[in-house]
Design a protein around this ligand. Structure first.
Ligand code: ATP
Length: 678
């Protein structure tokens, strides 16, 4: 930044204290970040910029953070841009007076739509100068794109709104932007297009932004007192922010409170609360009961059935309490008899419209003194006549939206396994034993509607083996084994923790788990399959580099009917060439016939994992000492579409590498625990 300032003494004359932050200033920071891969430097650039925003325009701190994390609102708000590559190309073409054909040709050659936008822009003579973009106006403009409603002309209106943004982009930058230099430099159009594509590709993961926010606020607060914060103070601020965000993952709530009351007071106002879903705690796979016993040696643990349904986080506030918590309840919540309640999915989507039957009955399961709660559960399809759990496939047949109670054919039973909040108090730091006791005291189970997950506290191998067999007989996937006492048995939001282990019957002595992979491409079918795709190219997700790394081709496990459906679904999202954030082999014979937008996640089983020069998975994790091979799946088999996972929630490269290492026993060390989001 110093160098940059030296070049141009006052690059943003419009950015005065209190005035909106120029979007160009953020793009300059992005371009500096783009030129490095060093996390510390990225964090520093980010933190310096945030300090400047805090000093000059604290009101813009929230939209700045949102544009940095490539989000418009918290996940539970359900705001999605809903645009693919073709709409963006159309908007670029129409803004710059270039034909769609030319844009497509450029995209084929350059392979990065952001740079295509820059190139298109720089050939366009500027007739008049629109008002410079600000962070506020860009956030609002993108929000307008996301919230366009209605059928017919919605796509056209989206294109018009994107055009409005693009025509104001870079209008004030001096001279031409060279797409071959410094990755296109600080072009506004480039970053707007990348935001629209859902990937800024700066190596700026949300956890890096979080650390930068912690540092920036600590520095800003200290500087106001004429001081410099110590390393310990910075670390305390970061740790506090991390805890607060894991319990209340909403920048919309946290940032105003932080700017108003200071970072160290965040704990007072920003706590886990009904209405804001937290990212669920996740489990690590294991391959044998003995592995579980090794892990929990000298610790008490408990086993629970692992139900095969859909994760559901139920939030509830009784009517007589809603007054106190009214501020805490976002518009997403739904009226339920005797209270206000919402159901959220594994990735914080509001499922209330999918489960009106649960919301309608909820109050009958709630005991008199239970006034507010957040409950972690699994909804499972239920056979009313046989009174037993049905396979997951049955649950899949339920409609996803606007379900009417009278139309529900597949009944569900809610199996509760954890209680995170009760009567105004967060329970996440309590031991599992305490949480479980509180949970058992707060509800009235009703057969076929609401039950507690079946559990067993026995610690012996034989007991666990019998319990595992019983779980499978009861149509469950296997067991969850959880630390029961002590601080390690607390609930760790958003973490794939070693304190929760899963044992799946199917995977004993293989790789331990199935994988959830993103579909990147497909091969045309042969013989009987000529009208559909016959095989697909799948990838895992590298959270650090924000790239999809190829991991296998798959052609097994699909019925003819499924292949037809997949063909219909996927042919709507084809793209002309792989995205720049796909990491794949470039050799001609390994290229799929068609490429797709990264949209669908499939669950896939595998016999085992092996190294292959053809795939890229885990290459950055250094599984192959020579650095030439990635990890691939042997004999992969399609299980199902995971529509509760977004592409960046697919199995991570680190998880794939961890599975491979465990299988190969390449390393004896247990390694750090994988932190999915933070
Ligand atoms: P999976 O494919 O195994 O569901 P995942 O990545 O969605 O993978 P994991 O942490 O691997 O999640 O497995 C835990 C999942 O199992 C939870 O998300 C939940 O939906 C389900 N589940 C079923 N029974 C339980 C239970 N008793 N305790 C915790 N989770 C349970």
């Amino acid at each position: 930044q110093t160098k940059l300032k030296a070049k141009n003494k006052d690059p943003y004359p419009d950015w005065k204290a209190g005035s909106p932050v120029p979007y160009a200033a953020l793009c300059t920071t992005f371009s500096l970040i783009e030129l490095t891969t060093k996390r510390l430097i990225i964090t520093e650039h980010c933190s310096l910029f945030l300090q400047q925003v805090l000093r000059l325009t604290p009101d813009d701190f929230l939209p700045t953070v949102l544009l940095m994390v490539n989000k418009l609102a918290p996940d539970y708000a359900g705001i999605e841009l809903g645009i693919g590559e073709s709409l963006i190309m159309k908007a670029i073409g129409e803004t710059t007076g270039r034909s769609l054909q030319v844009i497509k040709a450029d995209q084929k050659e350059i392979g990065d739509l952001g740079l295509v936008a820059v190139k298109s822009r720089s050939t366009q003579p500027t007739m008049f100068k629109p008002k410079p973009l600000t962070i506020r106006s860009v956030h609002k403009g993108l929000m307008d794109v996301a919230t366009v409603t209605g059928g017919g002309g919605a796509q056209g209106r989206k294109v018009d709104l994107i055009k409005k943004l693009l025509s104001a982009a870079d209008a004030h930058s001096s001279g031409k932007i060279d797409i071959n230099k410094d990755k296109g430099g600080p072009s506004e159009a480039k970053y707007i297009v990348r935001f629209l594509e859902g990937k800024l590709r700066l190596g700026l993961a949300e956890r890096t932004v979080l650390v930068s926010i912690g540092q920036a606020v600590a520095c800003h607060e200290a500087s106001q007192k004429g001081k410099i914060p110590s390393t310990t103070q910075m670390e305390e601020a970061e740790a506090l922010l991390k805890t607060v965000y894991s319990e209340l993952p909403s920048w919309d709530v946290i940032i105003p409170a932080m700017v108003r009351n200071g970072i160290m007071n965040l704990r007072d106002s920003c706590k886990l609360r009904p209405g804001v879903p937290l990212k669920p705690m996740l489990a690590k796979p294991t391959k044998a009961i003995t592995e579980v016993l090794d892990r929990f040696e000298n610790q008490t643990f408990t086993c629970e059935y692992k139900y095969d349904g859909e994760r559901a986080q139920i939030h509830y506030v009784a009517k007589d309490r809603s007054e106190d918590l009214i501020e805490a309840l976002p518009s997403a919540t739904k009226e339920a008899a005797k209270g206000v309640a919402s159901i959220f999915s594994r990735n914080s989507e509001d499922l209330s419209k999918k489960y009106p039957d649960i919301l309608g009955k909820l109050h009958t399961w709630v005991k008199e003194g239970t006034k507010s709660f957040v409950l972690d559960c699994e909804t499972v399809a239920w056979d009313v006549t046989e009174k037993k759990v049905l396979p997951f496939q049955q649950l899949m047949t339920r409609k996803k939206k606007d379900v009417k109670v009278e139309d529900v054919k597949v009944k569900v039973c809610v199996f509760a396994f954890d209680l995170l909040f009760l009567n105004g108090e967060a329970l996440v730091e309590k031991s599992l034993r305490e949480r479980r006791e509180l949970m058992h005291g707060a509800f009235n189970p009703v057969e076929g509607e609401f039950a507690y997950a079946t559990h067993m506290n026995g610690q012996e191998l034989e007991e666990i083996q019998i319990f595992l067999d019983e779980s499978v007989k009861a149509s469950c996937e296997g067991l969850m084994v959880k630390m029961l006492d002590g601080s390690e048995s607390g609930y760790e939001p958003s973490k794939r923790s070693r304190n929760w282990l899963k044992i799946k019957k199917d995977y004993l002595s293989s790789v331990g788990d199935s994988l959830d992979l993103v579909v990147l491409g497909a091969y045309h079918g042969k013989g009987k399959r000529t009208s559909v795709y016959g095989a697909f190219l799948l990838a895992c997700y590298n959270l650090g580099t924000e790239t999809y790394e190829t991991v296998c081709n798959i052609g097994t496990g699909f019925s003819e009917q499924v292949l037809e459906e997949l063909h219909k679904q996927l042919s709507e999202i084809t793209i002309d060439r792989p995205k720049p954030f796909y990491s794949h082999s470039s050799g001609g014979q390994h290229q799929p016939d068609v490429w797709f937008e990264p949209q669908y996640v499939w669950e896939v089983k595998t016999a085992d994992l092996t190294l292959s020069p053809r795939y890229k998975a885990g290459m950055k994790e250094k599984v192959d000492p020579a650095g030439e091979k990635g990890i691939s799946l042997r004999f992969p088999r399609f299980i199902k579409i995971r529509d509760d996972k977004k592409p960046d929630e697919a199995t991570s490269s680190r998880q794939v590498a961890e599975m491979y290492r465990k299988q190969e026993s390449v390393t004896k060390s247990k390694g750090p625990s994988v932190d999915d989001d933070f």
